[in-house]
Design a protein around this ligand. Structure first.
Ligand code: ADP
Ligand code: MG
Length: 401
């Protein structure tokens, strides 16, 4: 059963597979779980068709992918090095860890410690390249009805926000994904799309709506279609610029209640969600093949160990962060195993919220950010161990040093 916008079922599981001719994004559309609750009402006039959707020509985001194939497994784990910062260079920091192909090697020890991943990005790699390898397949999957989730994991200052949000000079995965999603609409003339976005943060296991300052301490609810945040505001978006302006406004709301934005930003997880609804164009297809999916783009709280924290507030934050990141690691490693064991989604708000997206056929990309700097060597090691635990990849004999 599938329903049309007027009485739309917003939750997946109500979608049916596409019938009829298949375009480039219409191979057998999988059903997906899609946790959604909304305060937004929409009309079919806000549906995105190629004519309505983009303010410019299609960007060549797919160029070069053939030369650099994206890992195709459901769960990919990659590591991104940032360059040494000018301050680290001034302080005479040395390179404690470096990339050797898709392996990360410790330079200080003999015999060296090394870990392998689906891909390791060197400090000179652009975010666009990281996007092409570690994110584009998640975005295109979401446009085909497969839920997708991309995480940036790492200690504060390792490059999570640079990777996910970026800046004018180097746009991050979130703006690249949003533009890509709108581009795919252009390339898919026989389907129409409806995009909605939400933006929330999880701070000390409390869910706050960044698009609605009144939406504090929201509850996570569950129904047969999955988990969802009760009362979260969703906005229909009609262009990339519109979606990105909502994120910018949401960032402003993160200031509320915080005297130190940087401290708060490194102590909370933020989740930007693009909910994608699509159906064939044309009235004759009324009621057929509506698909729902969600693309979750997540800038995680800093993963630094909180053992040294002295104040109660910081210790409490650290406990919550540790617990949710530990649970995330366990969940991803169980998803990677593919074994039908108990997956502890309920052990943290973060994983509970993402349960429907992470389970089933959902695509997951974990991008772990690290600095090569020797002063951060142990924290980097912790990140590498986390990433390795999430997905164990054997080091090939030829790579072994
Ligand atoms: P985090 O969000 O993990 O705390 P940031 O993304 O804020 O870290 O990065 C810390 C600093 O390092 C910022 O000034 C950022 O611009 C810079 N930086 C991070 N990653 C890179 C990179 N890959 N290339 C260049 N600069 C980077
Ligand atoms: Mg940050």
């Amino acid at each position: 059963m599938a329903t049309r916008p007027a009485s739309r079922q917003r939750r997946a599981g109500h979608s049916s597979a596409a019938a009829g001719p298949k375009g480039p994004h219409q191979q057998q559309l999988p059903q997906s779980g899609s946790p959604t609750s909304t305060t937004t009402t929409t009309t079919s006039s806000s549906r995105l068709t190629p004519e309505l959707s983009l303010d410019g020509p299609v960007s060549p985001l797919f160029a070069g992918l053939d030369e650099d194939p994206t890992p195709k497994e459901n769960v990919t784990v990659t590591v991104r090095f940032r360059p040494l910062s000018p301050r680290e260079i001034r302080q005479g920091e040395e390179v404690a860890w470096y990339a050797d192909g898709d392996t990360v090697v410790r330079s200080e020890q003999n015999p060296s410690v090394a870990y392998a991943y689906d891909r390791v990005f060197a400090p000179t790699t652009t975010t666009r390249h990281v996007y092409d390898v570690a994110a584009q397949h998640v975005v295109s999957g979401a446009m085909e009805g497969v839920n997708g989730t991309i995480f940036a994991y790492g200690v504060t200052s390792s490059g999570k926000t640079h990777t996910m949000h970026g800046d004018q000079r180097s746009p991050g995965i979130i703006p690249l994904a949003v533009k890509d999603a709108f581009s795919i609409i252009q390339e898919t003339p026989n389907r129409e799309f409806l995009f909605r976005v939400s933006y929330l943060e999880i701070y000390n296991e409390v869910v706050n709506d960044l698009l609605n300052p009144a939406g504090q301490n929201l509850r996570i609810r569950e129904d047969p279609q999955g988990t969802f945040v009760e009362g979260i505001k969703e906005e229909v978006v009609l262009s990339p610029a519109h979606a990105l302006s909502l994120i910018a406004a949401g960032e402003e709301h993160r200031h509320v209640g915080s005297t130190n934005f940087n401290v708060l930003s490194s102590r909370s997880h933020t989740i930007f969600t693009l909910t994608i609804e699509s159906s064939p164009c044309g009235e004759s297809n009324e009621g057929e093949a509506v698909t729902f999916s969600q693309l979750n783009l997540i800038d995680l709280a800093g993963s630094e160990s909180s053992r040294a924290e002295t104040t109660g507030v910081r210790r409490k934050e650290g406990c919550y962060i540790n617990k949710s990141l530990l649970t995330l690691g366990t969940v991803i490693s169980k998803l990677t195993d593919g074994k039908a064991t108990h997956i502890p989604f309920r052990d943290s708000k973060l994983t509970r919220l993402l349960q429907s997206s992470l389970s089933g056929q959902g695509r997951v990309s974990l991008i772990c950010t690290v600095t090569p700097a020797s002063s951060n060597s142990e924290e980097t090691h912790n990140t590498l161990k986390f990433a390795h635990r999430a997905k164990r990849i054997e080091i090939q004999a030829s790579q072994n040093k």
